[in-house]
Write a protein that binds this ligand. Structure first.
Ligand SMILES: O=C(CO)[C@H](O)[C@H](O)COP(=O)(O)O
Ligand SMILES: [Fe+2]
Length: 229
């Protein structure tokens, strides 16, 4: 079963509490919160005080996607504000294993994000300690971008590694996810789907979430299919 995580980056910031409640009522399991610092990515979005305010209006799982330099400086603040999952970019981390430990010590689930141009090899030694890997399917920084199809191979490879090693680790995808691309990424092995513009840009968020959920395809294992040939 996949989980849908609407990204509030595409919500109306003038009424953020209501926007969060709207997608939770429409069936979203996670709320994806994009934190951008204007340095790692060009945009500046929201910080821990906003998360603390939103925590008052819902019990939904808060999936915090840190697109910031020095993520280790932000763990405590976001954990105390009510984050459930804290995800940092491997490209920003000098001591990623320590940051994963700090996230767990703060009582949160730990995830690492990889840009489209970053190899899975960067997180190989960390996989056994992670609750989730976020495969970016666009370059981070903005909502509403086009899905990068070359990321599908990476999702596929990650799915195999997790399965073969027996790890308990979710695969999240983020960027350009809609009904069409949801079919591709679930077939490759993703099980947590972030969707910003496809949900908040739709006239009916409930229908949009249902359509993405209905697009789920069974994981197609190319390697095993070849073996069977
Ligand atoms: O991390 C992000 C951008 O850096 C966003 O979560 C992502 O882009 C979601 O927006 P959309 O679904 O519109 O592509
Ligand atoms: Fe994101």
């Amino acid at each position: 079963m996949i989980k849908i995580a609407p990204s509030i980056l595409s919500a109306d910031f003038s009424k953020l509490g209501a926007e969060v409640q709207r997608v939770v009522a429409a069936g979203a399991e996670y709320i994806h919160i994009d934190v951008m610092d204007g340095t790692f990515v060009p945009n500046i979005t929201i910080g821990a005080p906003v998360v603390k305010s939103l925590r008052k209006v819902t019990d939904a799982v808060f999936d915090v996607h840190l697109m910031v330099e020095h993520p280790e400086t932000q763990i405590k603040a976001f954990a105390e504000a009510g984050a459930d999952i804290i995800c940092f970019h491997i490209e920003t981390a000098k001591h990623p294993h320590r940051i994963v430990q700090e996230i767990h010590d703060a009582g949160c689930r730990a995830a690492i994000a990889l840009n489209p141009g970053t190899s899975l090899a960067m997180i190989e030694e960390l996989l056994q300690d992670l609750d989730m890997v976020l495969i970016m399917t666009v370059n981070p920084g903005f909502g509403g971008q086009k899905f990068i199809a070359s990321t599908l191979d990476k999702i596929h490879m990650l799915s195999h590694t997790i399965h073969d090693m027996g790890y308990d680790c979710d695969i999240e995808v983020d960027g350009g996810i809609n009904e069409e691309t949801a079919a591709l990424v679930t077939s490759a092995g993703a099980n947590v789907l972030v969707a910003g513009s496809a949900v908040y840009g739709a006239p009916d968020v409930q229908k949009a979430i249902a359509a993405i959920r209905a697009a789920e395809q069974p994981h197609v294992c190319h390697d095993h299919a070849q073996e069977e040939e």
